[in-house]
Design a protein around this ligand. Structure first.
Ligand code: MRU
Length: 349
């Protein structure tokens, strides 16, 4: 799926002829279906229902949701987008990129309050498109930075999907893997399958296979055995929110991997753009963790796989304390310990 420029060709989010087009990630890899959106409420539903997922992708989709709602009001004397901002902000709680993108849209609007409605609509569409393009550029930068830490002949373990599908394109964790693969440093990528939505086996394996990057699916429980056998050099993951001290909220199961990595002297790299940092939170325990419906655990694609009415927990994310992390890569540079001090120096102020 890499074209001759070395850029990936997955287009999970596109904006064409005033319509937002999302690749329905719930159906991958069986079907490549594209859904069209024209208002904020339907985009919010698509985020909640996992049509589009992954922290940066959620933010980009929400930004376009605001632009779509504005276009609906193009004949009105003034824009009224309060309800649109509210419904999009309520779509998922953990990924801070969502709130960051909505803030950017709000600021763009406030800075251009003097313009007429048609000009404001164009401005909002351009701002959303800018968020998308900046995200792709950040991913390429992080890819190069992260790949510089990877040794030749490395086997990598990744969790969930932090790829082109989860971002504007190229990916965060998968961006590093793509760049390192181009430098011929990678012999195998293990994709943790990632219960309950199977982002690893459905999405990461699909993306990597399309790019001819060697990938092997590992069920979550096999990670310890793989690491014990010395098969993995780096675990590389994305993030949904990073607090000022470098604690990371990411897909449930990341913390398990971080603990395993520490025990087996395997290094842990987190790759996330600056839009994933929340410097208003001192520590990760302040990050809201989404709890999703228990049926996502007790059923598999609509088929009941646990006893009827059995309780199940379904936290969508967990928290990895910064002491278990070796490097955090953002587009501005490589962060290492002490994270609080280095994050403040690179991103503060
Ligand atoms: O529930 P999801 O699929 O939205 O969770 C996604 C993750 O946890 C990713 O690792 C994270 O958002 C980073 S994506 C570049």
């Amino acid at each position: 799926m890499l074209n001759h420029n070395g850029r990936d060709n997955v287009h999970a989010i596109q904006f064409k002829s005033s319509s937002l087009i999302l690749l329905d990630q719930r159906q991958l890899p069986a079907q490549e279906n594209y859904l069209h959106f024209h208002d904020a409420a339907s985009v919010a539903r698509a985020i909640t229902d996992m049509v589009v997922r992954g922290a940066p992708a959620i933010g980009i989709a929400a930004a376009f949701g605001i632009a779509l709602q504005a276009r609906q009001q193009i004949k009105q004397p003034t824009l009224n987008l309060q309800a649109a901002f509210k419904i999009l902000a309520a779509s998922r709680p953990t990924a801070v990129n969502l709130f960051w993108a909505l803030d950017k849209m709000q600021s763009a609007l406030q800075a251009h309050a003097h313009l007429g409605v048609p000009e404001q609509v164009s401005l909002l569409e351009e701002t959303a498109q800018g968020i998308l393009e900046d995200d792709i550029a950040a991913n390429h930068k992080m890819g190069e930075l992260g790949a510089s830490l990877i040794e030749h002949h490395s086997q990598i373990y990744t969790h969930c999907n932090a790829g082109a599908l989860a971002t504007g394109g190229y990916g965060t964790a998968l961006g590093v893997i793509r760049s390192a693969h181009r430098q011929q440093k990678i012999t195998m990528v293990y994709a943790g399958e990632t219960r309950p939505w199977l982002q690893g086996s459905r999405l990461t394996a699909w993306e990597l296979m399309a790019d001819n990057i060697p990938v092997t699916i590992s069920c979550e429980g096999a990670a310890g055995q793989l690491l014990r056998q010395g098969k993995v050099k780096w675990i590389i993951v994305g993030a949904d929110r990073i607090s000022a001290n470098g604690d990371v909220a990411n897909k449930i199961g990341t913390y398990n991997l971080a603990v395993l990595a520490k025990h087996h002297n395997v290094k842990l790299m987190v790759v996330a753009p600056t839009s994933t940092f929340d410097l208003s939170l001192q520590q990760g325990t302040d990050i809201p963790i989404e709890e999703r419906a228990s049926q996502e655990v007790t059923q598999l694609q609509g088929v009941q796989i646990a006893p009827h009415n059995c309780r199940a927990i379904n936290p969508s994310f967990d928290l990895t304390p910064s002491e278990l992390i070796d490097a955090i890569i953002c587009e501005r540079g490589i962060l290492q310990k002490p994270f609080a001090k280095n994050i403040a120096a690179l991103l503060g102020g």
